[in-house]
Design a protein around this ligand. Sequence first.
Ligand SMILES: Cc1cc2nc3c(=O)[nH]c(=O)nc-3n(C[C@H](O)[C@H](O)[C@H](O)COP(=O)(O)O)c2cc1C
Length: 186
Amino acid sequence: MKKIVLLLLTLFLGISMAEEKKVLVIYYSRADENYEVGNITKGNTEIIAEMIAKKTGGTLLQVEPAKAYPKSYNDCINAAKKELAQNARPEIKPVKINPEDFDEIYVGYPIWWGEMPMPMFTFFEKYKFQGKTIHPFVTHEGSGISGLKRLKDVTGAKVTPGLAIYGHVAQNDRKQAEKEVDDWLK
Ligand SMILES: Cc1cc2nc3c(=O)[nH]c(=O)nc-3n(C[C@H](O)[C@H](O)[C@H](O)COP(=O)(O)O)c2cc1C
């Protein structure tokens, strides 16, 4: 009898703890003109971030630079190249929630010059992520996933194997993108 009560108690505690896990989906994404997709009103990474938030019941947190990047693709890649070379920390808009309150964290960004866009570094240097687990996801147009070493270094978190989706697939083939997200979340 004692054993059954103990078993039920363990099960109950296990379930409540699993229910309490707070999921956060942090992402940076840029709309306007981009490679392969032309002028878009919603960024490729944002589409994937929304899918993940919906499927995990997570809260979305968008990292936004205080000064928007140029709308033209060519001007934007030049601006981003310069920032990367300077190891810049572009100012970001304040966020309304505290990311440190969450246990399970998804982090999404577009690959920019083989790296994570610099506003993400500004963001990660503002908060503590040591000891947390980060599940990274990226959109790209050929490079695949990168920037993970620097993500690990800047957060001090455990970074799990990530998901890489082509930006134009996220933008124009939602069914395929959703399948890739589902396979990864499993
Ligand atoms: C500044 C800039 C740099 C980029 N650098 C790369 C790159 O190095 N490798 C790559 O595969 N795609 C690169 N891309 C393409 C983006 O990663 C891709 O379009 C992504 O889906 C954009 O996501 P977003 O709409 O969420 O910003 C770059 C795009 C921009 C604007």
